[in-house]
Design a protein around this ligand. Sequence first.
Ligand code: BGC
Length: 735
Amino acid sequence: MKNIKLLSLLLLTAMSTCVFAQRKKETPVYKDRTKPIEKRIDDLLSRMTLEEKVMQLNQFTLGRNDNANNMADPVNDIPAEIGSLIYFSSNPELRNHLQKKAMEKSRLGIPILFGYDVIHGYRTVYPISLGQACSWNPSLVEQACAVAAQEARMSGVDWTFSPMIDVARDGRWGRVSEGYGEDPYVNAVFGVASIKGYQGNDLSGSKNVAACLKHYIGYGTSEGGRDYMYTEISNQTLWDTYMLPYEMGVKAGAATLMSCFNDISGTPGTANHYILTEILKERWQHDGFVVSDWGAIQQLRAQGVAKDRKEAALKAFTAGVEMDMMNQCYNNHLGELVKEGKVSEDLLNDAVKRVLRVKYRLGLFENPYTPYTKEEERFLLPQSLKIAEQLAEESVVLLKNDNNTLPLGNISKIAVVGPMAKSSWHLLGSWRAQGKSEDAVTLFAGLENEFRNKAQLSFAQGCDFDGDDRSGFDEAIDISKDADIILVCLGEKAQWSGENASRSTLSYPQIQEDLVTELSKTGKPILLLLSSGRPLELTRLEKLSQAMLQVWQPGIAGGNPIAGIISGRLNPSGKLSITFPYATGQIPIYYNHRQSARPHQGKYQDIPSTPLYGFAHGLSYTTFQYGDIRSSATKVKRDGKLTMEISVTNTGNRDGAETVHWFISDPVSTISRPVKELKHFEKQMIRKGETKTFSFKIDLLQDLGFIDSNGKRFLESGEYYIMVKDKKVMVEVED
Ligand code: BGC
């Protein structure tokens, strides 16, 4: 009896081992997390039909788009095989429902990749990117992007269409708000910081999302500042101005890129083989994928290079765009193009592999679903709000401060005027993701918090953002007469900047300027709080005011730190990442223009030729004294080493942070170069009376060298200048 029992036990064990082994054998390689990603991709690819491959290369929307520029009917019956969806909801349940369909109803169970525009925050909305760059604090921006990633991923988003690193020098273009300003290096540094914040060290982390560099390339120079327009970019300018942020972004590991809308010197970016394949994939070895911008493939018809959607699909795909965002081109025509032999199987397979690679790296095959969490566990966490406050504070730029009008010392009566004072909606700017105006601290609320029991605040709106209703002027003048200072909160509505929001002039609306003119007649000092998504023309307002703070669109947490700067609790440290023109007619105006043939002639006859506020301008409540630049050598061999140092002393009577900008210039080169080029910057807190050393370790080829029209970096022997403010040293590079 005992033996029989033992025998059946042995038999059972043997059977279950067998079943287990069988099951293990049956787990396909592509589902086996122990196998290397490339092996899993190959295995999966080998099982896919043509139709399944094609579907991986399409992105539809899930629900109705919330972007007014891109209205399209929601796709009601989403195929289980779809590659990607744009996800507008912040509820993981909807994602999980769709993902379940993909995992369980599709033949191979390939997870869907959910993408969304998380541009300057998700629910915790940060200042717009143009403002973020004025902080000169990339590590803070990295932290903000990490919070945005955490909020988004926990809500069902795997992939953000950010950062936008298009160098932009025309404030009329509404999307100037979305990038980091006029300088290639600044866009590169902040772009890299945001990639690190979004992607973390490991894309599969439960709080990380894949980044997307956009809009590859040259979109920021749309002719006349009009969105979606033609761009004229020589190969030289393409390389020395527009490529650097993308090159650094790709090196930093950005998982994806988005192709641009614009037509670059005759070849649309979305059909540009040189940019998308020769440079990105072959030279830079990017192994993620490129998604088209919304509709950019079918728009090749409007751009006059494709007769129909099928030809558009052919051009975009063979140029190197792997995913079709809302074009109905790849899903309808790619299979046919492969069957006709116009698109090779190899190219198709390479594209599918790229998309799958990003999905594997995100860990979607292992964790396709988003765990359900309460909103309070994801959004507006104390640490997230702290970062939002600090970033808003550091992005504020004190443009002007006559007679130390700021900070407000012993002022007892403050009149607060203007359409921006009590607005919360407009402080969030464009692309606010899941931001809600009720989360925002308005400028007025911030002032109330700051000056409670210290000063008396009165309020009158005075006028609206635009229009010609002056009926509120009298009330604003009345409260101002009785005040020690007038705080006028002006600005742009959120929808006046961003996509498809170009302007022909950078002036403030007449009604806002008129309000300030009338208030100035009271003889009371005026402080302007200026909130906009672009650099505006401040020439007339500047004359009417004693102090001006550019606060950008500071996001939900701006009110308190801005009020803190006004009271003096905080010391402003922001500096401009973009030039503020004297007049719109000066555009294009940016610090790093090329040399002119007659630098002392060619001026405007009717206005100054210099901007009102130049790049890197920004005041503090303290004063900083710069020592001379100390160079480790005056002559250096091409393969030598060079370090610069400068001491900065806080000579004022309060602590303050200072950013040192290191520029170089190369007066004689084979290629005419910009008059100066930013190569390094560093921000440090300097206590009053303290001296800090700032240094710049020069990489000779990268920092002193230049790049030619083929993207080849070179270093010529000769004299170079290294500059910080008005300090300058010369070094000679020897053969
Ligand atoms: C914009 C992109 C954006 C996409 C998806 C397009 O219109 O140009 O920047 O990522 O829409 O919303």
